[in-house]
Design a protein around this ligand. Structure first.
Ligand SMILES: *Cc1c(COP(=O)(O)O)cnc(C)c1O
Length: 406
């Protein structure tokens, strides 16, 4: 069991590195990775960290050290993965709506490639034929996950090739001689219900059974594992999923006549809970309607609440056991910039440091310099030490790549 970072330690981090700062707990990442590994130990399973959640090079290296493979959605991520030391065979490239050249670039780097569009499949088939085995991303049309914006399996989604188009996929594969070595689906995020994954798996079995793909080596179930955000929430029961899935695949292998690896691509599951975002309270503002807590950050640093109504638990590090009061926590960006409405937090005073929980996944990664504010620092807690793994932006960063022609 890992030891959580204490409030006192986070206050020291605020003192030493300033605020706002992202703090990641390495051991929590390891705990999540090992938990997943253990849950699927009954069947050959590979875990590909969906690195778009958090690509700091140290995090990539750390997960590699744990034995993880890596899932990338851009050629930039593929290059980062190579830089972090991942072997090309341990890299999966799952792009969507990219230029064909970017996919060709992926083949030059020799990574596993996932194709999610018929026109690309055709192009790829004409260019590479049987010389470069690929994986096909299917849209199983399963409604799942949290906010509609983060759900990818529904009928309006731009992701994957509809499984109603299987006949068309097969025609392309047959005509071009493409080698299909894997099937992939990723239906969204925050899927608590194990049966959703099992439905996805059944659809993959059906495709494997009815198509002429007799060369499959793996079934990639993507991700979507839910992690708890609120105190009373529970995440996906990965142990239960592991049992059900292992049994189902073992049965299917007998029928299919080949062994099939299971692949997963967790992002949030591995890094969300490991992250905290610490900010300082600049002002308390009483209005006729509410009490605002205004902090030294905004949606330029943590956009998830404004973008898709994500809930991040907020605690007051300076006064954890104080009287509970109701606040609206806002940022300093000159636009509507609300982190939380009507949130119960221990009494906040100006100068107090607040902690946003679950700030490891899709937080720093979506930060920007909007309002010409500096991006925050990132700190990794590893082997009992806090290490800065990204410096806070400086003024010159605001001008980086600008060309002064006047
Ligand atoms: C974003 C993404 C993931 C990770 O999803 P999480 O909900 O963070 O686990 C996995 N696979 C693909 C293809 C993705 O785009």
């Amino acid at each position: 069991m890992y030891e959580p970072i204490t409030d006192a330690q986070l206050l020291e981090v605020a003192e030493r590195f300033g605020t706002p700062t992202y703090v990641y707990h390495a051991e929590k990442i390891a705990e999540q990775y090992n938990r997943l590994k253990q849950a699927f130990s009954g069947h050959p399973t590979r875990i590909f960290y969906a690195c778009k959640a958090l690509t700091n090079i140290n995090i990539l290296k750390y997960l590699k050290g744990l034995g993880s493979s890596i899932d990338c959605v851009s050629i930039g991520e593929v290059q980062l993965a190579l830089r972090a030391g991942y072997d090309k065979n341990d890299i999966l490239f799952t792009p969507n709506c990219v230029d064909f050249d970017e996919i060709v670039e992926g083949t030059k780097l020799g990574v596993n490639i996932n194709i999610d569009n018929i026109s690309i499949l055709e192009k790829f088939g004409h260019e590479f034929g049987s010389s470069y085995p690929i994986c096909i991303r299917i849209n199983p049309h399963i409604e799942a996950g949290g906010n509609y914006k983060i759900s990818t399996g529904h009928v309006d989604s731009k992701f994957g090739i509809s499984y109603y188009q299987m006949r068309h996929i097969e025609r392309v594969v047959k005509a071009t001689g493409l080698q299909v070595k894997g099937l992939h689906m990723h239906t969204g995020s925050e899927i608590k219900d194990v049966s959703v994954f099992m439905r996805g798996l059944e659809i993959m079995f059906e495709i494997a059974r009815e198509s002429h793909f007799k060369t499959l080596e793996y079934l990639d179930l993507g991700s979507g594992f839910k992690v708890p955000y609120k105190d009373d929430e529970i995440g996906t029961d990965v142990e239960d999923l592991g049992k059900q899935l292992t049994n189902a695949v073992r049965e299917f292998e007998k029928e299919y006549g080949r062994s099939l690896e299971i692949w997963f691509e967790p992002g949030k599951f591995l890094v969300s809970e490991a992250g905290s975002f610490i900010v300082k309270t600049n002002v308390i503002k009483q209005t006729p309607a509410t009490v605002f807590v205004g902090v030294d950050s905004g949606f330029n640093h943590l956009i998830r609440p404004m973008f898709y109504e994500s809930y991040h638990k907020i605690t007051n590090l300076n006064n954890p056991n104080g009287t509970k009061r109701i606040y609206t926590v806002v940022g300093n960006i000159c636009e509507t910039d609300t982190f939380a409405w009507d949130r119960v937090i221990s009494e906040v005073h100006e100068g107090d440091v607040l902690r946003f929980h679950n700030a490891g996944a899709y937080c720093f990664m979506m930060s920007s310099n909007f309002n010409s504010r500096m991006k925050p620092a990132e700190v990794l807690f590893i082997d009992g030490e806090f290490k800065e793994i990204r410096k806070r932006d400086e003024f010159e960063d605001l001008l980086h790549n600008q060309v002064e022609v006047l």
